[in-house]
Design a protein around this ligand. Structure first.
Ligand code: NAD
Ligand code: UGA
Length: 332
């Protein structure tokens, strides 16, 4: 798509399924789609009547006409009936953390990221869903020389999690090659942050440390760099992946704000007005030193580029976190 053209609006999506809709990114995506007038079937194994994270993440969707939540585990539930008449399936459900994927929890990663995805893509094929967008990860690139990763680079996943994400996206792309398979886009998201970010992630923890005065555990020397990508930008890319008719294959979603952890700590301290107390800890296995997206393909194919810079994004994230827990003690 030429750079000056805007991606089509989600008007093309009358009905969409969002898996992982009670999660961080899925809840933002479901909310954006429902606001555009798309009927959204949200599927997640977290039950919003009992699970605290689901209750918080889905709060903004409560009462929005057009959002329907189904509590179901994609490993076992009947998927076909959920997909009937869907113009697109956004498959975001999965187990996301890099560091806990070593050891016995690997079977959860394999089950939810690979076997459940297999069930979803099989169902999409049977039902004839025309479009599938699957959430992949920058982690599939593994260690790099610090330069930007392009979609043509050979993946070298460095953690069990990353191995399952590579298997997940490649499985979907293999199905897409069949004449009956859905047109498929695998989006490699780069470290997403913003309101409702998972509590295990760095940005959340840095903000929480600044807001509460509790120490922040730093794995390594803090010189690790990430392409921090604001969640609204990620949602825009994800919707474009379903609405740009020619979009296919793997696309990086990142490239706006590359920064080290120490730089993020500095910005956060400035925003909150309190220094963060650091607790040095060992580098974690599977943690790569640098992620950096080449955003060229996202720009050309989706007409997408990140718009929210790190400072503004962190401010919005901070405000949401501070509002969520009323007794956060803000420094003067
Ligand atoms: P999240 O944990 O907040 O959301 C994932 C949701 O999937 C959860 O609500 C969980 O209950 C649900 N889920 C997991 N297994 C399921 C199953 N078997 N059946 C039904 N529901 C199931 O994670 P997130 O950060 O929002 O990530 C969403 C997706 O994006 C994941 O696939 C993740 O790998 C990918 N991703 C995230 C990031 C990031 O920075 N957050 C970056 C790259 C890729
Ligand atoms: C993140 C997400 O958690 C994954 O779901 C996603 O697939 C991946 O991005 C991606 O881009 O594909 P990660 O880069 O590990 O993975 O993001 P964080 O959990 O925010 O960690 C970022 C860095 O901060 C890592 O170097 C980590 O070791 C460090 N960290 C994290 C700390 O120093 N302390 C913490 O308490 C948490």
């Amino acid at each position: 798509m030429p750079h000056h053209e805007q991606p089509p609006t989600p008007a093309a999506l009358r009905r969409a399924v969002v898996t992982g809709s009670a999660g961080f990114i899925g809840s933002h995506l479901a909310h954006a789609l429902a606001q555009y007038g798309t009927t959204v079937i949200g599927v997640d194994r977290r039950d919003p009547s009992t699970n605290a994270t689901a209750i918080a993440n889905l709060a903004s969707l409560r009462g929005l006409p057009g959002y329907h939540h189904i509590t179901a585990d994609l490993v076992t539930c009947a998927i076909d009936p959920l997909l009937i008449d869907a113009d697109a399936v956004f498959h975001l459900a999965g187990i996301p953390g890099v560091r806990p994927s070593w050891g016995p929890r690997f079977s959860d990663y394999l089950t939810s990221n690979v076997l459940a995805t297999h069930r979803v893509v099989e169902a999409c094929t049977r039902v004839g869903v025309p479009r599938m967008v699957v959430a992949s990860s920058s982690s599939v690139y593994g260690p790099t020389d610090g330069g930007a990763s392009t979609e043509a680079d050979r993946p070298k996943p460095a953690s069990p999690y990353a191995v399952t994400k590579l298997a997940e996206e490649q499985l979907c792309l293999a199905y897409a090659e069949r004449p009956v398979g859905p047109g498929t886009v695998a989006l490699r998201y780069f470290t997403v942050y913003g309101p409702r970010q998972r509590a295990d992630m760095f940005t959340h923890r840095a903000l929480q440390a600044a807001l509460t005065g509790q120490p922040l555990r730093l794995y390594g020397d803090g010189h690790q760099r990430r392409d921090f990508t604001y969640v609204d930008d990620v949602v825009a890319a994800t919707i474009a992946a379903a609405t740009v008719p020619s979009a296919r294959g793997v696309i990086n979603v990142g490239g706006g704000s590359n920064a080290s952890l120490l730089e993020v700590i500095n910005i956060v301290s400035g925003l909150v007005g309190r220094d963060i107390q650091l607790q040095q800890d060992n580098v974690r296995s599977g943690d790569v030193l640098v992620t950096r997206a080449d955003p060229g393909r996202a720009r050309e194919v989706l007409g997408w580029q990140p718009r929210v810079d790190l400072h503004d994004g962190l401010r919005a994230h901070m405000q949401a976190l501070a509002a969520q827990v009323p007794n956060y003690s803000r420094a003067a």
